[in-house]
Design a binder for this molecule. Sequence first.
Ligand code: 26Q
Length: 807
Amino acid sequence: MTDHKEELKKAIKQKLRLNYGCTEQQASDAEMLKACAMVLRDIMAERGVQSRAQTAREEKRKVHYMSLEFLMGRSLMKNAFNLNLLEPLRAAVEELGFDAGRIFDMEPDAGLGNGGLGRLAACYLDSMTTLEIPATGYSICYELGIFKQKIVDGQQVELPDDWKNLGDAWLLPKPQETEEVHFGGKVRTRWDNGHLMVIHEDYTRVLAVPCDMEIAGYDTDHVNTLRLWDAKSPKPLDMKLFGQGQYLQAGEEQAMANVISKILYPEDNHYEGKSLRLKQQYFFVSATIQSITRQHIQTYGTLKNFHEKNVIQINDTHPALVIPELMRILIDDAGLSWGEAWHITTNAVAYTNHTVLAEALECWPQRLIELLLPRVWQIIQEIARRWQAQVAHFYHDDPEKVEKMAIIWDGTVRMANLCIAGGMAVNGVSALHSDILRHDVFRDACAMEPEKFKNVTNGIDHRRWLAQINPGLDKLIRELTGGDAYLTAPQKLRELETYAEDEAVLKRLERIKQENKENFARFAKRQQGVVLNTDAIFDVQVKRLHEYKRQLLNVLHIIGLYQYLQDHPQAEMVPHVFLFGAKAAPGYAVAKRIIQLINSLADEINHNPICKDKLQVVFLENYRVTLAEMLMPASEVSQQISTAGKEASGTGNMKFMMNGALTVGTLDGANVEMHEVLGDENIFLFGLKADEVARLAPNYDPALLYERDPLLRRVLDQLRHGFRDGVSYEDLFQRLVYGSGCPADQYLLLADFNAYCAAEQRMAQVYRDRKQWNQMSLRNIARSGIFAADRAIGQYADTIWHVPYKK
Ligand code: 26Q
């Protein structure tokens, strides 16, 4: 410990001198943070070299995890924790005259993702590394991550997130491993010695420069890499145009190239057919495939065994172009036949689906692909033609099946169908979701190749989402389960259950939660000046804002409570703080209105003296990984109330459970599996089931409910008229009750309203009995081990990747 501390001090001082020309006395906080990052980066870079050499030497099969998003959050604490250097680093920083907490808190989140899908990729990198699987993550080095959210006059305002200012200390640029990506141009063919040569010419070149972020695993020397591609133009300026005095035009191509890695698209669970997004996807895919195949050839001298030594997991369809791109390289560059190339591709690529929402399924206009990627377009056409023949054969030319399963139809390219045709596996992210894929969304494809369709229920990095963020609980777990073994054996959490009748342990659990609440309250005060009532139950809904996630249902219930309190000012009631956190996609007007509504409601309730010490509503600004890390340990109730069948899995639900919050939720996504391990007694379930939703939807009439249910009617009328700030929510009211240009109440809020209120009541009733509550909380923690990412990655390794891992 002292040894490590002294070594770290020496290394940090040296970094400060060499990189910033200063001593520790002269260094700013920012320089200290960067120096710490670079010291850890050096340790990981060194181990990375070893790990890669070993993988090549032993000719191990490698996993390539491709995702347009990696929501990494902060890395300093995480890496120090995994390298077993957290305490020495803290001490070193303090002894150099800095406040370690303040330095750690300065680090910006690497927000290279929107929500669940991006955070999942980050958790999986940690597990793949800890389980010593040779794996690389690939994404884009966005200059601007997910926007920062400010609330101004109750409304969301977006600010740019220039995370690289400080965050680039983790990145190791590798310019010598630059790849070149080609856009546009024309394709010509020529016969050469009986070979059909494909010539692509007049294209625009864009350079892809890798910036590597090393990933340390826990309790291992194994290191993996997250490779982030930066887009650059090959020439600084068009000197011909420049010479003609056309200075503006002379830089146009450069600007075009640089813009590719400028910004992360902030739409979550929604497809936008923008040409820049397609450019991002192909840029990312082409650079990655070239890099992987180049390395493979270096080791093996051929691509013929590519699929034996590599597996490419694609995170939703966003990297779907890997399929034609790998085909292109195998055929055009390596000279393989179509058949050989198809065999390799269909044994190397696996696809994870993350959504069944129709508006999130990627369908690209054919002309966009044709213009931007002429050679890839030819290959997609050939894949589509052969696939169609296969489908027609299987279904005896049934035109309905042929249309539904087509890759190209009506001028659009359907990426999910491309992935099903070209992938070796298709998996959903929870048992329910995978069943919906098999029996509904991809039913016809599943009938053709049932073995292809698998399930791997999501998991979270329990080292980050429990041990690191909840030190009080971590300490208790170590005491009760005999040390830190649970960090690599999450199922050990089960042993906690032997203490379900131990009053002292239950009290301890309650105290830990209380301290975490007070800790969070201090943070909220500092961040946005709000004073939280820490004697009240912390009831939390944090996730992206989307209608299917039903934040609005939560609001309706709170309005109902508020009206009850007005009618019964003396009523005994469990004091309640409702916390919300959510970013809305900037173009999603309804989502933004719901944010405004939450703020209007908060303003009303927090200003009404009737509500004092009883009811409080707070919208937490700028929900992000770092805020989640503060909030999860302090939460008592987890709201997971999506319309059944719509949330593919959810992962926030698992984070809350692991930190001892109780769930109020529908039987959706992974909630179903949470319920399976918890039983009815340890979760507050309510509402329609997925099959009931499907059956009700066609003849559902919310206006009838509005007319016939007086309580609901009063709530909706209040919504309609708004609150003390004078903002009317007539638009949201209309959308729910009558529908405005869309089906009324698409997500069945009114159908589930009463059941939801009843569940909240049951929950509040149990909260009065602290012993029972603490027992339920303990059981939630004890049974959460199955939702560790280590379990999920083990299943990917066993059932899809067929690679060994540390057991
Ligand atoms: C697609 C095309 C163009 C622009 C944007 C997009 C896009 C971007 C992000 C589409 C979807 C996403 C993100 C989806 C997502 O986060 N899905 C969530 O994935 C989690 C991890 O599996 C699940 O737990 C959640 O249930 C699911 O909503």
